[in-house]
Write a protein that binds this ligand. Structure first.
Ligand SMILES: [Zn+2]
Length: 360
């Protein structure tokens, strides 16, 4: 599933490739892609046609394109587990290579896919053998399997296309059908600060109004967040994943942050010191900045530059996907346990549960 660094890479690509462009036509190829839009597939084209994409904004894992300059509504994109945004020339057919080609290796130089600018967020964890075992632990549903070399049936993909006035076409594509698009009204932020990264305007889409600021947000009050975290009576990883407390942290970066901060995933939040909570938040911010730095530069180089943990950043992960491998601090084999229907990977020596709250 795309996490904050992956979504930010997509946002950055949108900002560079589609801002200032007017939407001339919209085709909803699969109504399911707009199932959360009030009015559905019949209404969405009318809400977008003739509008100018004026800003690409992100808060946590939420991404939206502001429509026109009046900041009244926006196209909210939910990438789900495997949603992609692709920009290409109008005459380029939307041919989708099989998932393994989306990840490794990059498409051949003579492929017309390489001739276009493209945006992609993808998390085909199952395509990476390192993470397949974790996928089976229900971390993510496995990708649809196709025979080697046989492209998946394109009609099974959710697709929506926006024709832009410069001849480019913005595609939303999702092979696993969890992603979706909707047009939503923008509402004022609770704290009066900008709604997200990419726009100074203090608004955000109504469906994202409950989403907290993320660790990379300069308007995040870290001390206040650390206090709120400690006021929760829950397990620390559960709190990290709560998007209404702090946004943008998913399973992968939660495990990474906890490993860096030497905290057991089930440590009680109300037993953390303010200093420990601040160190944990700093660790989350650091691991995300590193992931962003690793992914952001390759944006135009690969068909899929954003691969969740399955590609470029997997080499740098210290916890996630390393069950059974030696801890990079102490050498103890890393352990994986199920957690909230997914999994936690941690070092049983560096990340001890607190004695007062033993693991359940
Ligand atoms: Zn260790």
């Amino acid at each position: 599933m795309p996490e904050l660094p992956e979504v930010e890479t997509v946002r950055d690509g949108l900002a560079r490739h589609v801002l200032g462009r007017r939407v001339d036509a919209v085709v909803v190829h699969h109504p399911r892609a707009v199932r959360r839009h009030v009015g559905g597939a019949l209404d969405l084209p009318g809400r977008l046609t003739g509008r100018t994409l004026s800003a690409a904004v992100r808060r946590g894992k939420y991404l939206w394109l502001v429509l026109d300059d009046d900041a009244e509504d926006a196209l909210l994109v939910h990438l789900g587990m495997s949603g992609q945004l692709l920009v290409r020339r109008e005459d380029a057919a939307l041919t989708l290579p099989p998932p393994e080609h989306l990840v490794h290796p990059p498409p051949p130089a003579d492929s017309r896919l390489t001739a276009d600018s493209r945006l992609a967020a993808d998390s085909r964890l199952a395509a990476d053998s390192r993470l397949t075992a974790d996928s089976r632990l229900a971390d993510e549903r496995p990708a649809p399997t196709a025979a080697p070399g046989v492209p998946p049936d394109p009609t099974r993909h959710l697709r929506v296309s926006l024709d832009l006035d410069d001849g480019a076409r913005l595609w939303f594509v999702d092979q696993r059908t969890f992603g979706h698009l909707l047009v939503a009204d923008l509402v004022p932020t609770a704290d009066g600060a900008p709604g997200g990264h990419g726009s100074p305007v203090p608004v955000l889409p109504a469906p994202a109004a409950h989403i907290a600021r993320d660790p990379l947000d300069p308007h995040l009050d870290r001390a206040a967040l650390a206090r709120r975290l400690r006021q929760r009576r829950t397990e620390v990883k559960r709190a990290l994943l709560d998007q209404s407390l702090v946004s943008g942290i998913g399973n992968i970066y939660a495990d990474e942050a906890l490993w860096r901060a030497r905290l057991h995933p089930r440590r009680a939040t109300d037993r953390l010191t303010q200093r420990a909570a601040l160190e944990l938040l700093a660790a989350a911010e650091a691991v995300m900045r590193e992931a962003l730095a690793a992914g952001g530069t390759s944006f135009d180089a690969l068909y899929v530059d954003v691969e969740g943990a399955s590609g470029y950043f997997a080499r740098s992960l210290d916890a996630y996907g390393r069950a059974g491998e030696p801890c990079r601090r102490c050498g103890t084999p890393m352990r994986r346990e199920s957690f909230m229907g997914r999994s936690s990977t941690f070092c049983p020596r560096c990340q001890r549960p607190s004695r007062a709250h033993p693991p359940r």
